[in-house]
Design a protein around this ligand. Structure first.
Ligand SMILES: Cc1ncc(COP(=O)(O)O)c(C=O)c1O
Length: 379
């Protein structure tokens, strides 16, 4: 008998209750039942995003929300500063370039967080940068970026917006949009929201909405001004992913019932236990200085074929983890702990990592990581 366990940093595990809701009969998206569901979800989304602004629900993956952020805040030929410390930083820049935005790359070694002083330098005197794009949590490297410090800089610049990719940060650790003065925040359903992939989310502050009034980049499917007009009435511009929105309402209630602060604290504990467990196995973390609580990136130890780790752990133990992407292929592996995870999940995945590394020739002391995880998560 083989069971499957999912520890990829998206899509993440789904609660049983969400799976049940997803099998319910479809609701008509122009009827009163759907309107009520969307309204309820919208109220809870504000709590999750820590904002008073509308959080718009888009039927797309997270990248769709990123694209909408670009097309509504910039105009042709505008200049943007893109903080690139991983694959998703690259994506911000690629979207900008696809729309004819002039990109200034602030490249950061993968595994490190950007130095806010470098952001300040890029934005000083005479800079014509109209927006800064960054990941709160760069999932490809397991790094948490210093969004608060960056927002302290951008919020004082009258014509420079800050757009944050919170796809693996919203619901994982605090990124209070309003309190920090973040102009745009995006997220996606398949991470901490405990849902399948298929919904993107975007919230914009007053400065970003003012930009949206005059932005001349092409827009059709993602027309946020239209969505902003319709969604407060419980409607959407096109046919939305109805079952996911029904499930979203319940997932957000679950987060509200646990309490956002408790949700953050749970992620913190699981992340810490995972990091310390890996260290107890003698492994090195890829992002030790500024780790994200969404997923832990671990360096492949010398003598082990890194590309074999995700394959072996999946095929032998039924556990899905992620390897490294693009230039990190074979160099790291990543364990997710965002969304529907509890202490025993982390004990389980740690034991599977130990067995896998031992199978692949690393002299792991079986039980050393598990023991550390238990010590941290007990009581
Ligand atoms: C930080 C970050 N940004 C963007 C994305 C892209 O989201 P999607 O694959 O939902 O389009 C991901 C997905 O893994 C992510 O983790």
């Amino acid at each position: 008998m083989k069971r499957e366990y999912l520890f990829a940093p998206g899509p993440t595990q789904l609660p049983e209750e969400i799976l049940r809701i997803l099998s319910e009969p479809i609701v008509y998206h122009r009827g009163p039942k759907f309107k009520a569901i969307l309204q309820e979800a919208r109220a809870d989304l504000k709590v999750l995003f820590q904002t008073e602004q509308d959080v718009l629900v888009l039927t797309s993956s997270g990248t769709g929300a990123m694209e909408a952020a670009v097309t509504h805040t910039l105009s042709r030929g505008d200049r943007a500063l893109v903080i690139e410390g991983g694959k998703f930083g690259e994506r911000w820049g690629e979207i900008c370039q696809a729309y004819g935005v002039d990109v200034e790359w602030l490249r950061v070694p993968w595994g490190k967080a950007v130095d806010p002083a470098d952001v300040r330098k890029a934005l000083t005197n005479g800079s014509d940068i109209r927006a800064v794009f960054v990941q709160a949590s760069e999932t490809s490297t397991g790094v948490k970026q210093p969004v608060h410090e960056i927002a302290e800089i951008t919020r004082r610049l009258p014509d420079t917006l800050l757009a944050v990719d919170g796809i693996t940060a919203v619901g994982v650790f605090p990124v209070p949009m309003d309190a920090w003065g973040i102009d745009v925040m995006v997220s996606g359903s398949q991470k901490a929201m405990m849902l399948p992939p298929g919904l993107g989310f975007i919230a914009m502050g007053p400065r970003a909405w003012a930009r949206a009034e005059r932005s001349d980049l092409p827009k059709f499917y993602f027309n946020l001004r239209k969505e902003r007009e319709l969604q407060p009435k419980g409607e959407t511009n096109f046919t939305p992913a109805v079952p996911f929105i029904v499930a979203l309402r319940r997932a957000l209630q679950m987060i509200r019932e646990e309490g956002l602060e408790q949700v953050f604290a749970r992620h913190e504990r699981l992340a810490k236990a995972t990091r310390e467990g890996m260290r107890a196995l003698g492994l090195e973390l890829f992002a030790p200085e500024s780790p994200s609580n969404a997923c832990t990136a671990v360096k492949v130890p010398a003598g082990v074929d890194g590309e074999k780790i995700p394959k072996h752990i999946r095929e032998t133990y039924g556990v899905t983890i992620a390897g490294g992407q693009s230039k990190l292929k074979g160099k790291i592996f990543r364990i997710a702990h965002l969304g529907y995870y509890n202490p025993f999940d982390m004990v389980m995945v740690m034991s599977a990592v130990e067995m896998t590394l031992r199978d692949l020739g690393y002299p792991a002391q079986i039980g050393a990581g598990v023991r550390k995880v238990q010590e941290i998560l007990a009581g």
